[in-house]
Design a protein around this ligand. Structure first.
Ligand SMILES: [Zn+2]
Length: 135
C-alpha cells in the first residue's frame, strides 16, 4: 500500500484505456465526470487536471458498508482527476476521517469511494478515473 501522502509523481501519460481522449492538451478533463451508478455530475469539463499518483481505494460500497468494513479489499489506482478546491465539484460527498484520509463518495447515491483526500494537504482532491463515468 502506497504511503498516504507521498509526493506526487511527475506528470505522465495516462495508463487507463481510453484516458488519452479524456485529457485535453492542457491536461484538463475534456468531459463531464459522472457517478457510474446514478449519473450525478461530479465535475464539469475543465474543472480538474490529470494527475498520476498511486492511491489505494477500498472496493466500491455504499457509505454505511464502507465505514463498517475493516477489510483491505480494494485497488491501487494510478490515474486521477486532481482538484485543488472542493468548491470545484458539482456534487461530492465525504466519508468521515479514516486516519488522516477522507474518501470521496457520490453526494446523491453515496457509493464510493470514487476519490481520495488527505487532511495534510487541503488543496488536493483526487477522483479516480476508473471509478467514474465520462460523458
Ligand atoms: Zn451516485
Amino acid at each position: 500500500m502506497a504511503a498516504p501522502c507521498a509526493e506526487m509523481e511527475p506528470a505522465a501519460a495516462p495508463r487507463s484505456p481510453g484516458a488519452e481522449e479524456l485529457v485535453c492538451p492542457r491536461g484538463r478533463n475534456r468531459k463531464t465526470v459522472l457517478c457510474q451508478r446514478c449519473g450525478s455530475r461530479v465535475l464539469l469539463p475543465g474543472a480538474a487536471t490529470f494527475a498520476r499518483r498511486e492511491l489505494f481505494l477500498p472496493s466500491m460500497k455504499k457509505k454505511t458498508a464502507l465505514l463498517a468494513s475493516n477489510s483491505l479489499d480494494g485497488d491501487v489506482l494510478q490515474d486521477h482527476w486532481l482538484v485543488d478546491d472542493m468548491f470545484s465539484f458539482e456534487n461530492i460527498g465525504f466519508t468521515k476521517d479514516v486516519g488522516n484520509v477522507k474518501f470521496l463518495i457520490c453526494a446523491d447515491c453515496e457509493i464510493g469511494p470514487i476519490g481520495w483526500h488527505c487532511l495534510d494537504d487541503k488543496k488536493s482532491f483526487y477522483i479516480a478515473l476508473d471509478r467514474v463515468s465520462h460523458e
